[in-house]
Design a binder for this molecule. Structure first.
Ligand SMILES: [Zn+2]
Ligand SMILES: [Zn+2]
Length: 290
């Protein structure tokens, strides 16, 4: 038997390679790329340790939730390991602080929350329950506005929860048929989309900003206010046709998309959200809000 060739060193994950390539091509994005590389690194490390959750929900319940416009992942379904969560939470805050994406005062408050023995767990549970709208009693609302909680806490919580919620989304997207979901918020965790992808068949799929679940949504409907008057949606693309912005002239918010129709790779939100920072600047200059 011929000798096996020596095993090649393990290849760098594609999103890391793409981010490094982006830094070469657009040095003005270097700092944003470096912050993203640090965030992707902790998220990948934690996510590889998170088990696929066993979601105890029967088909009837899943159907009823969807019919009521309520998402499918309950807090108890999330395979949260508090030691890992605390670590991700703290490291995320440190990275944002290091790249000046967090006020130093907020950073201190957030670290204090991570240290306080049993403060973080109920806070995370309450935050998820109120922002997901998964329980019949609650309406989805954006944040828990308490004076002692800095506004940037949301951003840190979203990033720190992602490795755990992304595993839930993997399971839910396999188990539940989400084709009938017509809402502008995530069918898994109820959060807002923060990116989109245009498929080769010209459908637009929204991507959740918290758990990365994807769902189809009308290409010319605003996910934030449901405006579907095409004359009140302003759309423009980058010169290379790779990315597109859909901006709503009713609520003034916008959504960026990766145009997969002539693309050579699938959408990678961690890369594409940084590559499109110049598009954010263009949209904001036209008077739209992120
Ligand atoms: Zn989600
Ligand atoms: Zn709108």
């Amino acid at each position: 038997m011929p000798d096996r060739p020596p095993r090649a060193p393990r290849a760098e994950p594609r999103e890391i390679a793409e981010l490094k390539q982006l830094r070469e091509a657009q040095p003005e994005l270097a700092s944003a790329v470096d912050m993203q590389l640090a965030l992707v690194d902790i998220q990948r490390r934690i996510q590889s340790r998170v088990p696929l959750p066993w979601i105890q929900a029967d088909a009837e319940w899943l159907k009823a939730q969807q019919a009521a416009g309520r998402p499918l992942v309950r807090f108890a379904d999330i395979p949260l390991d508090w030691t890992d969560f605390r670590l991700t939470f703290r490291q995320t805050a440190d990275i944002l602080n290091r790249f000046d994406a967090l006020e130093p005062g907020d950073h201190k408050k957030i670290l204090a929350l991570a240290r306080e023995g049993h403060a973080l767990e109920p806070l995370v549970q309450r935050w998820y329950t109120t922002t997901s709208g998964v329980e019949p009693s609650g309406d989805r609302s954006r944040a828990d506005h308490r004076p002692d909680h800095p506004p940037s806490l949301d951003q840190v919580l979203v990033l720190a929860m992602r490795p755990f919620l992304a595993r839930c989304a993997e399971v839910v997207m396999q188990r539940a048929d989400l084709t009938a979901w017509r809402h502008g918020y995530c069918p898994c965790c109820g959060w807002e989309p923060d990116f989109a992808v245009i498929t080769p068949s010209a459908d637009r799929r929204l991507i959740c900003g918290r758990c990365a679940a994807q769902w189809s949504f009308g290409a010319h409907t605003c996910p934030f206010c449901s405006n579907d008057d095409r004359t009140l949606i302003t759309s423009f693309a980058t010169r290379d046709g790779r990315y597109r912005v859909y901006a709503c002239d009713v609520c003034r918010r916008y959504m960026k998309a990766y145009d997969g129709r002539s693309a050579t790779r699938p959408v990678m939100v961690s890369v594409d959200s940084i590559a499109t920072l110049p598009l954010d600047a263009a949209a904001i200059q036209k008077g739209y809000l992120g």
